[in-house]
Design a protein around this ligand. Structure first.
Ligand code: HEM
Ligand code: HEM
Length: 278
């Protein structure tokens, strides 16, 4: 049993195993097994945080965390590849499946980071720097007005992000296999994948994936972003505090009675407060 756990799955470890590969595997695991799932979870399920007085108050926790975790993923990925670029041997491009899909994953990750820089302006009734209300003529912005630029960003960023999930699973599994990693590492990686999947299903079923536009700008359905359905899948959009459809998220449900009694939630957005980003 112990021997089996300590041995690699493949009969013989490949000759390519080296300190460079160990370094590569550790930093890629940090980036794509730890940091990126955290980045995805905050962006998807923590647009409204537990205890937040939404929709009166918005909160940029998800955005700041997602952005910095995204950058951290990028940095750890560059560190993981540094050994290959440093050494004198030529790069492996398509000769091994892991390397071929690895370059594709790197290209998509670069697209995510660079694409996010082109998502346009934020807009909205609160100045992002001073956090003070601004006059209505300054409200238009790519996100607030839901311009074509923002729509393209949301489609491309979200669907590329989802495509990266199965690619990452394959990449880690094939990497461990190619490196001749001991079975216990593969078992731990498998268990981690099961834990992440279970947490995702739980948070999704609890209705925690709230529409970004609503999370930021509240429930006023006259705002420009309400002219289309949220982009992506499995997203909860609450149709006004008096809507029949309840919010399944327990924190939001707790606030629902207060919302109905509170005219602020139905009034125009300058009354809302909080730090805003996205
Ligand atoms: C999930 C993110 C990962 C990405 C994007 C990735 C990407 C790459 C790329 C592009 C190469 C080719 C570099 C070259 O030799 O020129 C490579 C090679 C390699 N990687 Fe990864 N890798 C990842 C994870 C892992 C993990 C977790 C391991 C396990 C230790 C691993 C093990 C290897 C090995 C053994 C090679 C040498 C070529 C081969 O046998 O396929 N990789 N990787
Ligand atoms: C490797 C890097 C990245 C990956 C793989 C990634 C992936 C994702 C994914 C999968 C989502 C959708 C979450 C959901 O299901 O709702 C998302 C949302 C988002 N990401 Fe990233 N992301 C990365 C980096 C960044 C960076 C650096 C920024 C910088 C600003 C950023 C900005 C956003 C924004 C604003 C959203 C929310 C879009 C919306 O709901 O309207 N991302 N990201």
């Amino acid at each position: 049993m112990w021997n089996w756990l300590l041995n690699p799955f493949a009969a013989a470890a490949p000759p390519s195993f080296s300190a460079v590969i160990a370094w590569h595997g550790c930093f890629m695991a940090l980036a794509w097994v730890v940091l990126m799932p955290m980045a995805l979870a905050v962006a998807r399920f923590y647009k409204i945080t537990p205890g937040q007085d939404w929709p009166r108050v918005s909160n940029s926790f998800w955005f700041r965390s997602h952005r910095w975790l995204g950058y951290a993923t990028g940095i750890a990925t560059v560190v993981a590849m540094a050994g290959f670029l440093w050494r004198s041997e030529p790069l492996i491009l398509w000769q091994r499946p892991h390397a071929m899909t690895g370059w594709a994953l790197l290209a998509l990750a670069l697209f995510q980071v660079v694409g996010s820089l082109f998502r346009g302006t934020h807009g909205g009734p609160i100045d992002q720097i001073t956090r003070k209300p601004v006059p209505p003529e300054r409200w238009p912005g790519d996100h607030f007005s839901l311009t074509r630029r923002r729509i393209i960003f949301e489609y491309s960023h979200k669907y590329t992000g989802y495509a990266l999930i199965p690619l990452t699973v394959w990449q880690v599994a094939s990497g461990l296999q190619d490196a001749g990693a001991p079975n216990w590492i593969s078992i731990m990686a498998g268990l981690w994948a099961v834990i992440l999947a279970a947490a995702f299903i739980r948070l999704q079923a609890a209705g925690r994936c709230i529409d970004t536009y609503q999370a930021i700008w509240g429930l006023d359905e006259t705002l420009p972003g309400y002219r289309r359905e949220p982009i992506g899948w499995g997203i909860t959009r609450v149709h006004g505090p008096y809507a029949a459809k309840p919010l399944t998220w327990k924190f939001a449900r707790g606030k629902r009675g207060d919302q109905a009694a509170d005219p602020l939630t139905r009034r125009s957005t300058p009354d809302r407060k909080g730090d805003i980003a996205g």
